[in-house]
Write a protein that binds this ligand. Structure first.
Ligand code: NAD
Length: 436
């Protein structure tokens, strides 16, 4: 099939590449000329595990191409995916301007039947809006489908190739048939393609992300309470998670959720509720708790240093909002670092993939290390913000030699408290007893 993908970010590039992998002819469109030039030269512009292999293979086979011309994209694809940004607007709602502006152009430019697929995360009613905007100018038939994306950054290729489910919101049989044909190769193991109305599809995405953000936040509250009463959140977590109604996943406490999705999607659902005179009280609490949680280590750090952080050298491990990505959007590390800098600390940072993005944002205010150990050299303490695998089993003796004081503040509970005690560290984590 001939597919166009408008917007070649984390979702669009993975979508385009994986659809090419099943034999489709894919044309990816992006407004960012530099990005398109890099992709044309065979460079993957984001870090996403395993994407490079598929990317190279499909470019070589001539099935994956890139352009800055929307017109070319709209001519090429029978199915046109919109994988455009829907960032947080000033009032918390999803900013639909990218989606609606491109839709306006679609209406003006399409000359034969097309299926327009909204893959961006958008509020209930957006498919209707897109339909209306295109219809204003369109001189041919078209259908609008809502097809929210559930991939996780860091596992995006795997998630796309083997999705747990595909959600298709459409009231058109013609479009649904095409969409099923496109997606059938990805669900051969029997996972479902769920067909529903557009509004339900749109809400499914917000409901899923808000539920996951709530699950994390609930555990963060339990962790904070554990600290008050001397319980160990790791034990509580395992005790809870073995109940199959709860499940083991997404129960790890830490310094809050971040990223390009959860924060904005929870806020967008909260705002969409308000617009209908419905108060999502649970989401109000989730947002408030997460805001505090992002800097949950700060009071612990200031207590340790007796309120004076000026001139203290602090090493930071982990800058991306989660492991296996270079994405720093709404990363808790940013909030942590800003709070530490404000208190006069000097920060030397390390992340396996996110350093260029952080450098762009922080410039000279940080010192950038070339390895995790280099970051700790001469530091008064180490702060861990992201749970990259390489941080999980460090060389403790080396760390103790490099740090001026063997002090670790761990926002992701990477280490066993007993081990840290026997290794001689002062170790402060989330929801567990401090080791002094
Ligand atoms: P992104 O910011 O990484 O990528 C968006 C791309 O669109 C950029 O490359 C940008 O240059 C391009 N763009 C902007 N305006 C354009 C235009 N007029 N024409 C062509 N290209 C244009 O965004 P993303 O993370 O891929 O997210 C896209 C959508 O998917 C959002 O709605 C997001 O909420 C949703 N989503 C994201 C994820 C994720 O993990 N990142 C997962 C599921 C859903």
């Amino acid at each position: 099939m001939k597919i166009s993908v408008i917007g070649t970010g984390y979702v669009g590039l993975v979508t385009g590449t994986c659809l090419a992998e099943t034999g489709n002819e894919v044309l990816c469109v992006d407004i960012d000329e530099k990005k398109v030039a890099r992709m044309r030269q065979g460079e993957v512009p984001i870090y996403e595990p395993h994407l490079d292999v598929l990317f190279d293979r499909n470019i070589e086979a001539g099935r994956l191409n890139f352009t800055t011309s929307l017109e070319e994209g709209l001519t090429h694809g029978d199915i046109i995916f919109l994988a455009l940004p829907t960032p947080e607007d000033e009032d918390g709602s999803a900013d639909l301007s990218y989606v609606l502006n491109v839709s306006e152009e679609i209406g003006k430019k399409i000359k034969e039947y097309k299926v327009i697929v909204d893959k961006s995360t958008v509020p209930v009613g957006t498919a209707e809006k897109v339909q209306a905007v295109i219809a204003k100018n369109a001189s041919c038939e078209f259908d609008v489908v809502s097809n929210p994306e559930f991939l996780r950054e860091g596992f995006a290729v795997d998630d796309f190739l083997k999705p747990e489910r595909i959600v298709i919101g459409s009231s058109s049989e013609r479009a649904t048939t095409l969409m099923k044909k496109l997606y059938n190769p990805f669900v051969r193991s029997g996972n479902p393609i769920l067909i529903m109305d557009e509004k339900s599809a749109e809400l499914t995405k917000y409901a899923a992300n808000s539920f996951l953000a709530t699950k994390i936040t609930f555990m963060n509250e339990i962790a904070n309470y554990c600290e008050k009463v001397g319980a160990d959140v790791d034990k509580v977590r395992v005790g809870m998670g073995t109940d199959s109604r709860i499940g083991k996943r997404f129960l790890f406490p830490g310094i809050g959720y971040g990223g390009s999705c959860f924060p904005k999607d929870v806020k967008a659902l909260q705002k969409a509720g308000k617009d209908e005179n419905y108060d999502f009280k649970i989401l109000d609490a989730v947002i408030e708790i997460n805001d505090t949680q992002k800097t949950a280590l700060i009071p612990k750090i200031t207590t340790h240093f007796k309120a004076d952080l000026s001139g203290k050298k602090i090493a930071i491990w982990g800058l991306a909002f989660k492991p296996e990505t270079d994405d720093i959007r709404e990363a808790p590390s940013i909030y942590m670092m800003n709070a530490l800098l404000e208190k006069g600390a000097e920060l030397t940072v390390f992340d396996p993939e996110a350093m260029p993005n952080i450098k762009e944002k922080f410039g000279d205010t940080l010192t950038y290390a070339t390895s995790m150990y280099e970051a700790t050299k001469g530091a008064d303490a180490l702060v861990i913000c992201t749970e990259w695998s390489i941080f999980r089993t460090p060389n403790y003796s080396k760390l103790k030699e490099l740090l001026v004081h063997p002090v670790i503040f761990d926002g992701r509970n990477l280490y066993n408290t007993e081990d840290m005690k026997s290794e001689g560290f002062t170790y402060v984590s989330i929801g567990r007893k401090d080791v002094n």
